[in-house]
Every structure is written in structure tokens, then in C-alpha cells.
Design a protein around this ligand. Sequence first.
Ligand code: ADP
Ligand code: MG
Length: 261
Amino acid sequence: LELQLLHAQKMESIGTLAGGIAHDFNNILTAIIGYGDMTLMNMNPEDPQHRNLVFMLEAARRAAALAKDLLLFSRKQISVKKVVDLNEIVRSVEKFLQRIIGEDIDCIMSLESVALPVFADAHQLEQVLMNLATNARDAMPDGGSLSIATERISLDDAFIATHAYGSSGSYALLTVTDTGMGMDDETCRQIFDPFFTTKEIGKGTGLGMSVVYGIIKQHEGHIALNSEPGAGTTFKIYLPLNVTKLTEQEAEVSPEKPVTG
Ligand code: ADP
Ligand code: MG
């Protein structure tokens, strides 16, 4: 437990530090890109410096994307939770995901036939899906398929005991599988560490999965992965099913509202 606490504190200070820097960088880069774009627009494309400026702006945009990721990672993201249907969230990002993964990767959806009410921040869960899809795309440079499935399952005490997850009961299970390059054990162990990346500079920030982890924890959920080099990767995300919880708004209006009756 102590080790976990230490780890959490370390992560928090990294987050605060990164957030401060990212904020300043973001402002600086906005200025650089703004003035750069203006200069570019007023420049003759035949000018020998035109090409250089285009490259400079490209680099600045990459830096801005990194700063944005850092901000996302460090910001004490306040989740605005209400009861939402996980299926709805998956459906709402389907087009977006397809755009992320491109045309060489098939997206196969298989959603539970009944609604899966979870007490969640829809925007954050969308972000989870987008981060997983981005990684899946990077793992399948030669194409493949991305499968997204939802189902309602109940975790019994035996499962909880062996997996050391929260409490038994009904869960919404979100399974995201790719047919990509997979990972060795060493990579699997580090995947949720902030700034851990195997991608080349400019391509990966190493923040996607730590953001995913943080969001799932905030939802009292669990995330597990199964991967093997060359055999693809499967992520399983468990979110407690919620049928009785009120939305925050409702809870504010009638805090005494009885749960049954
Ligand atoms: P980034 O994508 O910026 O590298 P992430 O936190 O999203 O950072 O992922 C960390 C690392 O985990 C990746 O660099 C990659 O090595 C590995 N990884 C994550 N998802 C997958 C996947 N679906 N298939 C293979 N490797 C993955
Ligand atoms: Mg990523």
C-alpha cells in the first residue's frame, strides 16, 4: 500500500509539473504558429525560405499537440458523471474512430443488445476509446481489424478474488481488440506509466494509456490487457453497471429521494 501511495504521489507531482510547463508552452507555441502562419501567407511560395518555414511550422504543430496531451494528462480532470448508456457512447464515436484508424483497418462493432447504464463522464469515456483506437492504428501499420464489443457480465466473488478487482456485481464490459503487432511482457508492464512510449520522437507522448488508466480509476472501473508479440492486443475495461444512481442534477434537486419505492 505504501508503495502504491508513493507511486500515486510521484505521479501527481509529475502531473503538476508537466501541467505548468505544458500551459506555458501552449501559449508560446500558439504565438509561434500564429505569426508563422501569417508570415507564410505573405510569402511568395517560390521564396527559398518558404519550405523551411513550412517545416518549422510542422514541428511547432507537433510540439503543440504534445503540450495538449500533457495538459490533458495533468489537468485534474473533473468528471461530470451521470447515468449514460455505454452503447450510446460507443455508437457516438464510431465515425470518429473510423477516421482515426483510416481505411486499411476494419472496425467491427458488436454491442450488447440491452442498454448498459454506467455512472460516467461520457466525454472521458470517448477519450478512452479514442486513445485505444489511436494505439491500435499505430500497432497495425499494414492494416488489420479493430473490434469493439460491449456486454453485460456479472463478476462473482471468485473472479474478484483472483483478479483483485473491487466488488462483485454487474459490470459493463468493453473489449477492444486489435490484430496488430502486440507487446512483450516488459512493455505490458509499463504501458500505464506516464511518458512510457516505444514510438519515435514526435509520434508518441507516452501519455495515452496513463490518461486511460486515470479515467477508468475515476470511474471505479478496472482495465486489463492481454497481448503477445505478433498476435495483437486485447483490452478489457470493466465499469460498474448502474441502474439506481441519480444524475448529479437530480441528486441536487432531491437529495433525500429514496432509492426504492
Ligand atoms: P504512445 O501511444 O504515445 O506511445 P500510450 O500511453 O498510448 O503512449 O502507449 C504506450 C505504449 O504502449 C506504446 O508506445 C506502445 O508501445 C504500447 N501500446 C499501447 N497500445 C498498444 C497496442 N494496441 N498494441 C501494441 N502496443 C501498444
Ligand atoms: Mg497512444
